[in-house]
Design a protein around this ligand. Structure first.
Ligand code: GLC
Length: 705
């Protein structure tokens, strides 16, 4: 407990003082497992005589979840990515970490960062979209925020866990270059740029080996190449062996339950692989060395020292469990929800709603707009959901509150009767129709429709109805309409031509209704930009079964580097809305591109001008076009900045591109290579609009791993 010593030294002293049984105790979950311990995901009870605190792990990316009470549900991962705002993302992470610590939790099993390879993945809502650079930047910001507290963050699910169908067994096969360039960068950045304290190995296999016993993933890439020095924790029930897992690089086993087995009829350690009997057997037969065992314990306790868990202890008890820690964070949740909202359409400046003399009648339509519907779409289903969510502000409540302030009147129709919804829309000055598509861990989406989810604690199930017809009818009944989509991933929009405005708040958290009203009335602008391409329909987002969901238990990632917009560019397809797209309440133009190689980075600068009549934020994005000989996709996001400007204001902004922005993975050289040649630069507001173009010539360079 000598704080003047390094985490390394403190861990050395502690491990040296531990008995074998005390070491083994640290390597698997303690009983009672899962939610039975104060609603958390898992824990290891502390060892008082060694001053080791409880290690208490909880989900997840949109707030302290599981069977927790009194915590805030923030906008989900895809919404956080949609802000394209590192500072705000760090604030969200910091606030989540603060609530975790206040609830006696010191490991947050977040953020999830798997790439949205298809729009069907049931967990896309938890993750940061289809692009490795945006996902990396978002992950780094959120992890730094969480770890601004004495709380360890967790980069998950490592790796290539991009579907829920057969998630426990699917064997993903991808070329190393595809893994390095598309599926691993967010994990690499989490280690190298955010010093993430833990990494969670995933359920699936990669290249024929389960991720949690895969030395290529857990040692070669993670530790040897990237220098990770935290601990590797399994997903719950993702361990399939004792010595092979330990020797591959797994440090800590977690599971939701433990069943009695013939060997352990009483202690219920079935379903475990890192329990004392099996670890001792592995030590005895030499398949596991004492040195590796000590290293596993050292990885855990050193990380606990480094992140302040010994020096800033938390406490799990009835008082902690029943405390409500959410109230001070509602302002952050509200600001984040507006900043994440993507406005896809705003015909004739319908929004923001101007004040009208005598007020207007607004028909708020849809089950999702009401308190029950909003409760269901406050987040997606599964482990990242708060089983006992706090009070959500529904769209109806939020709009009603601000309508009153503006002298407007609100009529509500839940949409169960389309005739009533149409009548209300036709009779109103404005129709706001809110729809939800539920998505959840454990299942992939059946299509790109709008199937509302209903949830009981963390478990959600989609209703067999589709709100597409309701939206079509309402937008037909009144051209002055706003369509609000509470979704976790892209949906099709056959009614788009008749929509007046389209807003995508994603799963917006407890402050959904207030943030939506702030956007409708212009107190806040919709600050989001798409982190996922929106296909026109399922035909545009189809995959051969061998690629997704796989055939014979194997999913071949033969789509290679062509993921998301990279595929749309390669096949010259026009999506419904492109990656990076989003409208605000003002307009911008981009001028004066300058491209300057500066040592090992390339400095891109441009002048952004607010050409509208309101303050607002632009998100200039820089896409790099590699020389053809590299075989890289046509364009790839390698830099962006969110810049806020007053009406008429212009500013020169700089975006620095690191050497990695121009590198591709060379399997032959087993390293990153910048091929000699001319690199094009495309600068614009989304992945299909480039008012500025430039280029830079670079020499051939090998980069470190
Ligand atoms: C779940 C999820 C993982 C979560 C863990 C604990 O199955 O895959 O994201 O952190 O188990 O709840």
């Amino acid at each position: 407990m000598d704080k003047s010593k390094s985490p390394e030294k403190r861990a050395d002293a502690l491990v040296a003082a531990m008995s074998l049984d005390q070491k083994l105790h640290m390597l698997t979950f303690s009983d009672p497992p899962w939610f039975l311990y104060y609603g958390t995901a898992g824990h290891i009870t502390g060892i008082d005589e060694l001053c080791i605190p409880d290690l208490v792990l909880s989900d997840a990316g949109s707030g302290v979840a599981g069977l927790q009470y009194g915590t805030t549900t923030f906008p989900s991962g895809v919404a956080q990515a949609s802000t394209w705002d590192p500072q705000l993302q760090r604030t969200i992470g910091r606030t989540i970490g603060a609530e975790a610590h206040a609830k006696g939790i010191n490991v947050m099993l977040a953020p999830g960062m798997n790439i949205a390879r298809t729009p069907y993945n049931g967990r896309n809502f938890e993750y940061f979209g289809e692009d490795p650079y945006l996902a990396s930047q978002t992950a780094v910001s959120v992890i730094k925020g969480i770890q601004d507290n004495p709380v360890i963050a967790d980069a998950k699910h490592y790796a290539l866990n991009n579907q829920e169908i057969d998630r426990m067994t699917v064997d993903v096969r991808a070329k190393e270059r595809v893994m390095r360039e598309i599926y691993l960068p967010a994990f690499e950045a989490s280690v190298k740029k955010a010093d993430v304290g833990s990494v969670m190995c995933s359920y699936n296999k990669v290249g024929g080996k389960y991720a949690c016993e895969n030395p290529t993933l857990l040692t070669d890439y993670l530790r040897d190449d990237w220098g990770f020095d935290g601990f590797v924790v399994s997903d719950w029930g993702a361990v399939h062996s004792t010595a092979p897992s330990a020797n591959a690089g797994l440090d800590l086993e977690m599971h939701a339950f433990a069943m009695p087995t013939p060997a352990t009829p009483v202690t219920g350690t079935g379903g475990r692989f890192f329990d004392a009997p099996q670890l001792k057997a592995a030590l005895a037969d030499g398949s596991l060395s004492r040195a590796r065992l000590d290293e596993m314990v050292h990885n855990i306790v050193r990380t606990m020292f480094r992140h302040g868990l010994f020096d800033h202890r938390t406490d799990q008890n009835a008082a902690t469990y029943t405390s409500d820690v959410s109230t001070p964070h509602q302002a952050v949740a509200r600001r984040a929800a507006a900043a994440a909202t993507v406005m896809l359409k705003n015909r004739d400046g319908l929004l923001p709603l101007p004040k009208v003399a005598g007020g207007r009648t607004i028909a708020v339509i849809g089950w999702a707009a009401g308190p029950i519907g909003a409760m269901n779409s406050v987040s997606g289903g599964g482990s990242s959901r708060t089983g006992l969510p706090g009070r959500v502000v529904s769209p109806l409540e939020g709009i009603t509150a601000q309508a009153l302030e503006n002298g407007d009147r609100v009529v509500y129709v839940d949409g169960s009767s389309q005739a009533d919804a149409v009548a209300a829309a036709a009779a109103a000055d404005l129709a706001v129709v809110v729809a939800n598509d539920g998505s959840s861990e454990g299942a992939d989406r059946p299509d790109l429709g709008l199937h509302p989810g209903i949830c009981v604690t963390i478990f959600c199930q989609n209703l067999p109805i589709d709100q597409t017809d309701l939206i079509a009818a309402v937008t037909q009944a009144n051209p002055d309409n706003v369509v609000v989509l509470d979704i976790g991933a892209p949906v099709k929009m056959p009614w788009l031509d008749r929509a007046g405005a389209v807003l995508v708040p994603w799963y917006a958290g407890l402050q959904h209704g207030n943030a939506l009203a702030d956007v409708l009335y212009g107190k806040a602008e919709p600050g989001g930009r798409l982190p996922q391409t929106f296909p026109v329909d399922e035909a545009q987002a189809s995959f051969p079964a061998a690629q997704y969901p796989g055939v014979g238990g194997v999913a071949k990632y033969s789509d290679g580097l062509l993921v998301g917009y990279r595929a749309y560019d390669a096949h010259q397809r026009t999506p419904l809305f492109p990656f990076g797209f989003g409208l605000g309440y003002t307009t911008f133009d981009y001028r004066g591109l300058k491209v300057r190689p500066r040592g090992r980075t390339v400095k891109v600068s441009l002048v952004v001008r607010n050409t509208g009549s309101r303050a607002g934020a632009a998100v200039p994005q820089v896409y790099v076009g590699f020389p053809k000989k590299t075989g890289e996709p046509k364009r790839q996001l390698k830099g962006f900045r969110k810049v806020r400007l007053d009406a008429g204001e212009s500013r020169r902004i700089t975006i620095r591109l690191s050497p990695r922005a121009f590198a591709h993975w060379s399997t032959k050289r087993d390293s990153w290579v910048i091929e000699e040649g001319r690199y094009k630069l495309f600068v614009g507001p989304d992945s299909r609009t480039f008012p500025l173009k430039g280029a830079v010539r670079l020499p051939r360079t090998l980069l470190a791993k």
